[in-house]
Every structure is written in structure tokens, then in C-alpha cells.
Design a binder for this molecule. Structure first.
Ligand code: SF4
Ligand code: SF4
Length: 374
């Protein structure tokens, strides 16, 4: 483990840029911390921390000068690895001849800065979907294989976080090139740095950082431990997979449907949701046309449209589909939960529907564990 002083932080960003990488990291914009291009530490949300609850997100400025005191915001890294829109093919007409082409995009070589432990798990889940199946997605593969990932262990948990109960955080357990832990106490501000890959080791060698002393290692471990004990939510995972599979007719689905607007915010904000549809469009002149892949959601009426009608006509069947897939049938399909406990779907639901609360209510309605432990 090495130490990067706060005053040296720009040397890390400069090294990444010298390697031709576009650094994407946390940026404060429009009252939210999202993931956007950054060039120097001054672009990061210095001193900004979020407050999150069901249907609520606020930023507050503090004097501590920390760079990574926020928790997961609305953006996810899938925005860069699996963009919201992608042209699949385009066609043009020239002198009566039609020609088709697949756009050959050369995306930037990204350095993703500030990837949280839950988000590393989400990227691993999307890798399974887009890389490990019978038909790997070439656009995802090029972006993913060229990405350099700098994880930042959480030193604070948000009000809607529950990664500890999903065993996906708050400490990064793998899937990164470098992992940082921010420590700002007793008049010092530094990061401990660990390499997770050869690529990471090579960059660490270039930075010529010194080894961490025992007190610095202990301070970093204590920071992550504190986050683990601050989780705002807990998912009652025991028996949940089987409970969901066994209860497609639970009265809980109607109860949640009375509040659900089917707005799809939860699926857009979720770092593991991967559904898409295709849109065809043509220029008014008839000279050009294109087919695009765009993110879609199981909460839209069109998503389950087959042969003249939607299979999931009401909110109860759509919420049931989403929650049962995330926490139950995802295990059958991909060998893990589809939820990493980031809490985004809770914060960004306009009516504050909370997947952990719904899981507890389901457990309680069907004889599972209760929050009081009775
Ligand atoms: S279901 Fe909600 S908490 Fe789980 S990964 Fe998706 S957005 Fe995060
Ligand atoms: S659960 Fe909330 S965010 Fe998701 S579709 Fe329903 S209202 Fe929208």
C-alpha cells in the first residue's frame, strides 16, 4: 500500500492523461454529483457531501476539503461503457442506390475515477451480460477493455445505501486497477493507494509514491469500517430469492402499484439494468435513415408489447417483474443478485418507493424475518 498526498493528486490525473486517457470522475453540476470529464482536482466536488433519502437528494458544502465525501449520485458508469443511445446502422440513398454502413466508433480510452465498491460489482454484472454471453456486445467490449478503473473506498455511507447487506461494499474487493482510500484528519489529507492489476502497478511505479506506514493503513481501514457501520438501509436477503419466486400473487404488488408512476427512473438510475429497444428514423427527404439502440425499461407499456398488446399492462405486474428479476430470477440467469445495494432507485424514485422497504414488507407478509426480529 502506498500514499498519495492530497497536494500530489493532480500528478495522478496528469499521468492518466499522458497515457491518452480521458478521465471521467465526479463533478458537481445542477445540484447533483454526476460523472463527467475531469482534468484536474479542481473539477472534483471538493468539500461537497450529499444527503439522500427516499425521493430526496441534497448537496451540502463542508470545510473538510475532501474530494470524495459524496455517495452514489444519479449517474452510473454504464453511461460511458454502455451509452444511452448508439447507432447500430445507417443508410443513405444516392442516385437511387441504397447503401448501409455500421458506424465504426473509436471511443476514448477512459479512466474511470471514483468507482465505488458497489459500482465495481455492477460493472462485473454488466460484463456478464455484455461480454460473457453467446453474443458479446462489441461496442461494450471495446469501451470496457480499454478502461482503467480507479476505485475509491467509501468513507461515508448514504441514507439509501445498503451495500453491506448485499456484500458488495463499502470496501472494493477487486475489479479495479487502483483503489484509493481518502483520509483527512489531524491536519493531514492523503490517500492510501493499492494496485489491483499489472496496469495499476505500472502506474503506481511511475508515480513513485512512498509506502504507507502502519498508522496510515490503520486510518484508511478505520474510514471504510465507519462507512460499513453507517448504512442507511438493510436488505433482508435471507430467503428473499425463494420468497419472491413463490409469491407472484402477493397483495404487496397491488399495494406498491398504487404509488408507482411507472416513470422508469429506477431502471435508468440502476447501474445493473441493461434493457434496450431499437428506434428507426428517416430524414424527411428520404435520403438517410438510421437504427439506434436506446436504453429502455421494463416499466414502460411498450417494453412487453407482443402481438397487439402488452403482457404487463399494469404497474403491479411491472414492479413485480422488476423486483423479482433483480433479487430472485437474476440469480438463475446470471448467478448473482441483480442488485448491488447502491440505493439509487430509492433516492431517485419521485414517490419514494424503497426496494428494501418492499422486501421487508414482503418478508413480513409471507412469514419471513421481521425488522424487529420477532
Ligand atoms: S436495484 Fe436499486 S439499489 Fe439495487 S443496484 Fe439497482 S439502483 Fe442500486
Ligand atoms: S418504482 Fe418509482 S422510480 Fe420506479 S417506476 Fe415506479 S415511481 Fe418510477
Amino acid at each position: 500500500m502506498h500514499v498519495l498526498e492530497r497536494a500530489q493528486f493532480d500528478t495522478l490525473l496528469e499521468a492518466l492523461q499522458q497515457h491518452g486517457r480521458q478521465v471521467i470522475g465526479p463533478v458537481r453540476r445542477d445540484g447533483v454529483i454526476g460523472y463527467e470529464p475531469v482534468r484536474s482536482a479542481g473539477d472534483l466536488p471538493v468539500g461537497w457531501a450529499d444527503e439522500q433519502e427516499a425521493g430526496r437528494y441534497r448537496l451540502h458544502h463542508k470545510d473538510h476539503g475532501r474530494l470524495f465525501d459524496y455517495t452514489a449520485g444519479f449517474h452510473t458508469w454504464k453511461r460511458y461503457l454502455y451509452p444511452p443511445t448508439a447507432v447500430l446502422w445507417q443508410a443513405s440513398r444516392d442516385n437511387g442506390r441504397l447503401s448501409f454502413e455500421t458506424p465504426s466508433e473509436t471511443p476514448p480510452k477512459f479512466a474511470l475515477l471514483g468507482v465505488r465498491a458497489c459500482e465495481l460489482h455492477a460493472i462485473a454484472i454488466q460484463d456478464k451480460v455484455f461480454l460473457d454471453g453467446a453474443h458479446p456486445d462489441p461496442a461494450y467490449a471495446v469501451r470496457r477493455n480499454n478502461a482503467f478503473i480507479i476505485a475509491v473506498n467509501c468513507g461515508r455511507a448514504g441514507g439509501t445505501c445498503f451495500c453491506a447487506s448485499m456484500e458488495t461494499g463499502p470496501r472494493a474487493q477487486g475489479g479495479y486497477d487502483l483503489a484509493l482510500t481518502e483520509v483527512a484528519e489531524d491536519g493531514r489529507h492523503y490517500f492510501t493507494v493499492e494496485a489491483g492489476t499489472k496496469k495499476g502497478e505500472r502506474l503506481l511505479d511511475e508515480l513513485e509514491l512512498r509506502e504507507a506506514i502502519e498508522a496510515e493503513r490503520a486510518a484508511a481501514a478505520a474510514a471504510v469500517e465507519a462507512a460499513a457501520n453507517q448504512m442507511g438501509r438493510q436488505m433482508p436477503v435471507d430467503g428473499l430469492r425463494e420468497l419472491l419466486a413463490a409469491n407472484p400473487e402477493s397483495p404487496r404488488w397491488e399495494a406498491v402499484a398504487k404509488r408507482c408512476l411507472c416513470c422508469a427512473n429506477c431502471t435508468m438510475a440502476c447501474p445493473t439494468c441493461f434493457c434496450s429497444t431499437v428506434h428507426d428514423s428517416a430524414a424527411m427527404t428520404g435520403e438517410t435513415a438510421k437504427r439506434e439502440r436506446v436504453w429502455d425499461s421494463c416499466f414502460t407499456m411498450e417494453f412487453s408489447y407482443v402481438h397487439g398488446g402488452s403482457v404487463r399492462k399494469d404497474a403491479s405486474s411491472r414492479y413485480r417483474q422488476w423486483m423479482t428479476h433483480k433479487l430472485s430470477s437474476w440469480h438463475d440467469q446470471f448467478g448473482s443478485s441483480g442488485c448491488v445495494g447502491c440505493g439509487r432507485c430509492i433516492t431517485w424514485c419521485p414517490v419514494g418507493i424503497d426496494i428494501t422497504e418492499e422486501a421487508w414488507l414482503l418478508q413480513e407478509a409471507h412469514g419471513g424475518p421481521t425488522r424487529t426480529g420477532e
